[in-house]
Design a protein around this ligand. Structure first.
Ligand code: MGP
Ligand code: SAH
Length: 244
């Protein structure tokens, strides 16, 4: 049998270092049962920016991870509520926005086409103690819109996945499941007080044109949403909730 090869002192040192690095990585990775794929690991690393109460039993799925509005941004958006306002959150996801609206507005109607998202949003709202201020509805916002009444409509539709940022300019036609113009019009039939959460590379000229769909044109305010100095998205406020 060939004699066992001893590592040189230099290689032994290197080997030790490699083992150490691996141990640290393991500790930083999601635990078993977190359901986190490699694709969403970078969002998991930001989990406490998404939900400060993440460790208390927050539930997420893959789309939820890359779509949820970070808590600090959602809280700032919810500051636009006025006394007694009922907010319709047309694309609730795992509830990042609905929870913050429920904490600051009178009542929230939270809609998502995916029943699993509604269950996760309900669970997450319970953790934040605001479940009783939210009516959860499973359904298609476009089909439900003609029957809805509310003071503010919040729209954070799918942007087509994390690859939205590969384009230099994101046009409103790319929003899912329908283009931004159809979406805006469905909301406008409910109220002129509309908030849209859009990609940071959105075509701002197109966004401004949305306000011209009304006569006289709606007031509009465009806000860059930063987190720790990094732009995450853009919120557009229309109607009475836009600051002059
Ligand atoms: P991001 O650009 O995927 O993340 O999303 P990040 O960490 O800025 O990545 P980086 O590679 O640019 O460093 C930024 C934010 O946009 C997320 O935190 C979500 O709030 C929001 N967001 C992203 N997507 C793909 C969607 C989406 O499809 N719909 C909605 N409503 N929000 C999204
Ligand atoms: N603002 C949310 C994230 C929304 S992600 C948060 O902070 O958690 C967009 C959501 O739109 C997804 O959950 C998706 O299931 C939902 N959706 C897609 N098409 C829809 C439709 N036609 N009507 C209602 N919801 C829809």
């Amino acid at each position: 049998m060939a004699p066992k090869r001893r590592r040189s002192r230099k290689r032994r040192k290197l080997f030790k270092r490699r083992v150490k690095v691996k141990a640290v990585r393991v500790a930083e990775e999601p635990g078993d049962g977190e359901g986190v794929s490699p694709m969403v690991e970078k969002y998991w690393l930001q989990r406490f920016n998404l939900f400060s109460k993440y460790d208390e039993g927050i539930k997420m799925d893959e789309e939820g991870w890359f779509s949820v509005t970070p808590e600090e941004i959602a809280a700032r958006q919810a500051d636009r509520c006025f006394g007694g306002a009922v907010v319709i959150d047309g694309f609730t996801g795992v509830g990042g926005n609905a929870i913050q609206f429920a904490a600051k507005c009178n009542h929230v109607i939270a809609i998502d086409i995916d029943p699993k998202k509604i269950e996760m949003a309900r669970n997450n709202a319970r953790i934040y103690g605001v479940e009783e201020y939210i009516d959860f509805l499973t359904g298609d916002f476009f089909q439900l819109a003609p029957f809805l009444k509310g003071d503010i409509v919040f729209l954070s539709p799918p942007w087509g996945g994390p690859t939205y940022k590969l384009r230099s300019t994101y046009t409103l036609e790319l929003l899912k499941p329908k283009d931004g113009y159809s979406l805006f019009q469905a909301a406008q039939n409910i109220t002129p007080n509309i908030m849209m959460y859009l990609p940071r590379n959105v075509d701002l000229l197109q966004v401004e044109q949305l306000s011209w769909l009304s006569s006289p044109p709606l007031q509009i305010q465009i806000e860059e949403n930063t987190l720790h100095g990094y732009v995450k998205g853009i919120t557009v406020y229309f109607g009475d909730i836009a600051s002059p």
